[in-house]
Each structure stands twice: as C-alpha cells, then as structure tokens.
Design a protein around this ligand. Structure first.
Ligand SMILES: [Zn+2]
Length: 480
C-alpha cells in the first residue's frame, strides 16, 4: 500500500468521526420513528424547494397517485443516485436521507466535507420510492408487487420510474437503501449485522467488472468508517445473483451499485442509532467517490467483511428442564417477538413465537437467560374471571404471574380490542381454549421454577420477567 493510500484511509475515518459526532445537529426532527408516511415527508421536500441549493421535481407517481420526488444537489462531474424505501416497511435510510439533505443545507465547520460532495458530485435523491407501501407499512406496493422483483417486467409505475431515472441520468454510482431482518449476525459471531452491504452480482458467475469493482472498494471504505462505531457489527448480504432485482440489474446496466441494509441493534427498536450510522456511512461513501479515494481500498478489504448469517433470536433461554409425556429433556429455546402493526399502522405491538428448540449452542440472543437448574412449565389460565378489562391492574398481573398464571379470563371484552401494549397478562374471553404447551411456532408463555415449585421467571408473550425484580419496561401480554 502506498503512502497516499494510507493517508486516504485515515482521512475517511476522520470524516466519519466528524459527521457521526455532528449528526444530531442535522437530524430531521419531524421523523422520530419508523412508521412515518408520505404526508410526513412532503412538507420536508416542499421546504427544500425554497432553497437554491436544491432542484426539486415530481419525477412520477405511485399506483395510488402519490408523488415520488427527485431532489438534485451539487454540480460535480460524477453523478450519484440514491433511492430509499422501495420496500414500504424499510424506512431507516429515508430518515437518514432527510438528515443528509439537512446536512447539505447548512454551513458550519464541516464545510470542507460538504464542499467535496457538492463540488465533485451531482446528487440525485429519490426518498420513499414506494409511498403506498409506506402508507400500510408493507414491503410490497399497492399492486401487491415486490418492486425488487420487477426490474425486468416493469409492471409497477414505481419500477418504471426507477428504471427511467437510471437510464436518463446514467449515474456512475447508485445507493440502494433498504432494511433487513434484525435476526442476522455478522458472520458466525454473536453480534448483530447492524449494517450490511453488498455490491450486487450482475450474473450468476458473480464476475467482477470495473463497475462492480468500484462499488466493492467503496463499500470497503464505508465499512472501515463504521467499524469505529460498531466494531464487528457490519456484514455482507449474500451475493447470489437475482435476475429480477434492481440492484443486480442497475449494476449490469453500468451504474456501480452499493446496497446498504439497516439491520438490528440491541436497545434501538426505532433504529435511531442505525439511522445515524446510515447517515455517516452514506456521507463517507459519497466522500470516497468525490475524491475517488475508494481506489485506496482493495477487493480483499471487501471480501474480508463477514457474510450475514441468520443466527440471532430476540431471546434464547438455555438449559431449561422440560417434562413431557414422562420424559424430561434439557432444552434451549429460541423466541422471537414479531412486530404486529397497530390498526392505524402508526404503531406496533409484539407477538411472540417459539422459533427453535433443542441444542442452540451455535445461536445467540439479543437477550439470553440461563435457566440451568430450572424447570419450564406452561403458563396456566386463571379461571376466576374478571368482569372488565380495567380490573386487570399491573399489581394483579404480577401477583398472578408469581402463581404461575399467564392468562386471565375477562367476562366482558370490549367490542373493539384495544392495543395490547400495556397488558400485564394475556387476556381471553370465557369460551376460548388456551394451551400454553411449549410448541414450535406457538406463542411463548411459561414459567421457569425451581425444584420446590417457586416461580423464578415468568415468560409472557416472549418477554422475561425476573419475579424477584421489577417488571421490565417492554413487557406486555396479548388479547385472544
Ligand atoms: Zn428491501
């Protein structure tokens, strides 16, 4: 490696540190959680229209007629197009894009970085490519089509638009911005793949031409920046060729494609730190492109990034004893808490499922519980029914959990079932049959007790309650 390569590698890390540290100044305050919609970003885009730095236009419309915008900034020779949220329920990078637009709009001590981008690049942003999907918080568009399998057939207006923008602008680089499952680890480690990258393959043989090569080197540089903030939590998406996907095709059409996937991180359910990491790594990528400093990174640096493995669960309980049919087994239990959309799509609650049983020594949990010496018994149903829901207080919930109950019957359930996110216990009506037997793909409601039958932990809807301690903040039952 030459001395100048060393200098470039140092420089980009410093750029990363500076923008990471300053992110809160540019953070778009109108977007605070993942379930925002088209109506929430339109005013932000309209505000940009007043700023001569930006050229804003309506580039096209979604199936349901929502405007999709193209925002242009900068006047440099290298064109870069960035599009986000082609999957409606993958909004993290859209938040980061608005932070980035704020970053470009101001003047402060980061001007040298800002100037590099605006003078050497022409940036084209397409935030929220799938506004109809965002409205319902679904992956697919209003036709039920996954845009990322529509790059060839082009049956969705959103897909036609993306293809047309690519062909009209012919950008040198493209940033394809997505979210991925939070259950990926970075390789065979216990660490989540908080950010994953990919320079998609344009053929089945996964050949590397100069277009893909450039993307790989840029990713290697973006990775080096992220390692400063989330060491070991960056991975690579599988590079199997998907002939119908946009990333693969745009790479084939001659634009160097950088896929950025926002995964999970412990303690960041709304992905606000991951948003900051996105902001940082995208600016770093743009800076590397502006200065052509991606050349300082080797393909080996890219190959060295570990691949995504699906090895994570929300909760892994280890070494629990479980008796069934007269046989006692030693079990590890992998539990996930799936997000269920609240009726208006503006919030969500959790619904748990047991997703693995047996020897889970190769898997990891965001949360782990050592149940050595404890017996797992199914949660019981408390049959002395309450009259109404509001009689179920947190104190009563805790008392019943200590007695081994995870579900209570309520005589008069409301006609419209409320959001369950504050329920201290599962609630059901008078007639239903409830079975909390430990079963794959079924909800996780059980008690871990010691040999004398004392309940030590309650597992309610996949949440762990250490019954000697306080009720955890995130903890709720379900209505059945
Ligand atoms: Zn996606």
């Amino acid at each position: 490696m030459s001395k100048t390569d060393q200098t470039s590698k140092q420089e980009i890390k410093q750029v990363g540190q500076q923008v990471y540290a300053a992110h809160k100044r540019y953070k778009e305050q109108a977007l605070r959680h993942r379930r925002f919609r088209h109506q929430h970003i339109v005013p932000l885009i309209e505000k940009l229209q007043d700023n001569p730095l930006f050229d804003v236009q309506v580039a096209g419309h979604s199936v349901q007629g929502r405007a999709i915008y193209l925002i242009k900034a900068g006047s440099g020779k290298t064109k870069v197009m960035l599009w986000s949220q082609m999957h409606g329920d993958e909004p993290t990078a859209t938040m980061a894009v608005f932070d980035l637009l704020n970053f470009l709009s101001v003047s402060d001590e980061l001007d040298p970085i800002r100037r590099q981008l605006l003078e050497h690049l022409t940036l084209y942003f397409v935030p929220m490519l799938n506004p109809d999907g965002a409205e319902m918080y679904t992956r697919r568009n209003a036709l039920g089509i996954d845009m990322n399998r529509d790059a060839l057939r082009l049956q969705s207006p959103e897909s036609v638009l993306l293809k047309q923008l690519r062909d009209d602008l012919e950008p040198t680089f493209g940033f394809n911005l997505h979210d991925q499952s939070r259950y990926y680890t970075a390789g065979y480690t216990a660490l989540p793949a908080t950010i994953s990258f990919l320079a998609p393959a344009y053929d089945y043989a996964r050949n590397i031409n100069s277009v893909r090569d450039r993307a790989m080197r840029t990713i290697a540089g973006m990775d080096s920046v992220l390692q400063q903030f989330i060491p070991g939590q960056v991975a690579k998406f599988n590079d199997e060729h998907e002939p119908r996907a946009f990333g693969d095709n745009i790479q084939k059409w001659g634009t160097s494609v950088i896929l950025v996937e926002s995964g999970g991180q412990h303690g960041d359910p709304e992905k606000q730190h991951i948003r900051q990491l996105n902001f940082t790594t995208i600016i770093a990528g743009l800076y590397l492109i502006a200065k052509e400093d991606y050349r300082a990174f080797a393909l080996e640096d890219y190959n060295f990034i570990p691949e995504n493995q699906r090895h994570l669960y929300d909760l892994v309980i280890r070494h629990a004893r479980y008796a069934e049919n007269g046989r006692e087994t030693l079990l590890d239990i992998g539990i996930n808490r799936l997000e269920v959309d609240a009726p208006n799509h503006m919030g969500f609650y959790h619904s748990s499922a047991v997703e693995e049983l047996g020897d889970m020594s190769v898997f990891h949990g965001y949360e782990e519980l050592d149940a050595t010496g404890l017996q797992l018994v199914p949660g019981k149903v408390y049959d002395q029914a309450l009259e109404r829901m509001d009689e179920l207080t947190p104190a009563l919930g805790t008392e019943l959990l200590k007695q081994g109950y995870t579900t209570i019957r309520v005589r008069h359930l409301p006609g419209v079932l409320p959001d369950p996110s504050s329920l201290p216990l599962n609630v059901t009506g008078m007639e239903s049959i409830v079975n909390h037997q430990l079963t794959l793909d079924e909800p996780a409601n059980f008690i871990l007790q010691d040999d004398s039958g004392h309940a030590k932990y309650a597992i309610l809807n996949g949440f762990v309650y250490d019954l000697q301690g306080n009720r955890p903040e995130l903890f709720h039952g379900l209505l059945h």
